[in-house]
Design a protein around this ligand. Structure first.
Ligand SMILES: [Zn+2]
Length: 360
């Protein structure tokens, strides 16, 4: 559908792509940017200066604000590894991660370390383990994701410049639902007065999380959870997994289905103290290979409720962050060490499910 609109030159200047994690919203917005900014014919595989820059997220005509969840993506890199063949995709994810933190003071040191890796392309492959340690340190450092007015103002300055190489200046706000009140207000002003030659693409997990006045400014595209075959095709294309057949079974735990997870979650949440039901759910979750997917779902649920923290005490905010860290830790020990999934999950739920329910 999008391709059709590009060909007919009927693209709107503000668009919203919404749908669950892993449904390809960011990749689509990037491909859209590439096609509209290409200085040749926009064909797939084009390697003109503009396409080269867009694919690597280094184009001067592209400004990205990113507050989406990149953990799943890096889990897949850890699982499948990086080689000469797919290093470009990997570097793109690393840049996206750096962008996530570009406005945050407390991670300045880690980000400049990451930039150093990105500056020397051989380092990415040769010092992979060291790099991944850094990546996970960053992912753990900030589970709270808010897009502030400062970021929107920086985007506004970018849009007011004249485009460089390409025909368009593109602003992508990835995870737009994380804009706070002020940021949404400020964004609304930009979208009412988008300069000529500017294209704004928002991605969000749900359109209900954005103010209706913003949604009404956008042409809206809905993304659905990918079918297993499509997930597999994307993973093959991006990660080139050599051992795909033997590891495919665990894919579902990485790209979780929110509807299935919600059932597990609701059952647990309404029976927090019932051990029998807890065991029953844990059994289903682990048998179906949904262990880390379930913990991701819990993390996402908590993240979505971050706004309630505004009215809470410092102690409660500290408890919340602590809880997020515990979940990340449980999920990492399940994924990367040989910890027993079932006992780790039971242990986590026994000690923390009450706290989780308190925030949800
Ligand atoms: Zn091109």
């Amino acid at each position: 559908m999008l391709r059709h609109e590009i060909e007919r030159h009927s693209l709107p200047n503000t668009m919203l792509l919404y749908g669950p994690d892993g449904s390809g919203k960011f990749l689509t917005s990037l491909e859209l940017t590439r096609v509209v900014s290409c200085v040749e014919n926009g064909k797939a595989g084009c390697n003109c200066a503009s396409c080269y820059g867009t694919k690597r997220l280094i184009s001067n005509d592209l400004f990205i604000i990113c507050k989406s969840n990149l953990r799943n993506s890096f889990d897949l890199w850890r699982k499948y590894g990086v080689s000469e063949k797919n290093v470009t995709h990997f570097v793109c994810d690393l840049r996206r991660l750096a962008i996530c933190f570009s406005f945050e003071e407390h991670t300045r040191r880690e980000i400049s370390e990451l930039e150093e890796f990105l500056g020397v392309s051989n380092d990415v492959l040769n010092r992979y383990d060291e790099l991944m340690d850094l990546v996970y340190r960053l992912l753990d450092l900030s589970e709270i994701k808010i897009i502030t007015i400062d970021m929107i103002r920086a985007a506004q300055r970018f849009l007011s410049l004249r485009s460089g190489l390409g025909k368009y200046r593109v602003l992508i706000i990835d995870g737009a639902e994380n804009m706070n009140e002020e940021a949404q207000n400020s964004f609304l002003k930009i979208s009412e007065d988008t300069p000529e030659g500017a294209l704004i693409v928002l991605t969000a997990s749900s359109k209900d999380l954005l103010r209706s006045t913003i949604v009404s400014r956008c042409r809206v595209y809905r993304f659905t959870t990918l079918k297993k075959e499509d997930q597999r095709a994307i993973i093959e294309e991006k990660y080139h997994p050599e051992l795909l057949d033997t590891t495919y079974a665990s894919l579902e735990s990485v790209m979780y289905d929110p509807l299935i997870m919600r059932d597990y979650f609701e059952k647990l949440a309404s029976n927090v103290t019932n051990l029998e039901i807890m065991n029953e759910v844990v059994d289903t979750v682990t048998t179906n290979g949904h262990t880390t997917g379930f913990l991701d779902y819990v993390l996402d649920q908590l993240r979505e409720r971050v706004e309630i923290l505004c009215n809470r005490s410092v102690e409660e905010i500290y408890d919340y962050e602590n809880l997020m860290n515990k979940i990340s830790f449980a999920r990492r020990s399940i994924l990367y060490s040989n910890a027993n999934r079932e006992s780790t999950l039971i242990d986590f739920l026994l000690h923390n499910m009450k706290d989780v329910v308190k925030y949800c």
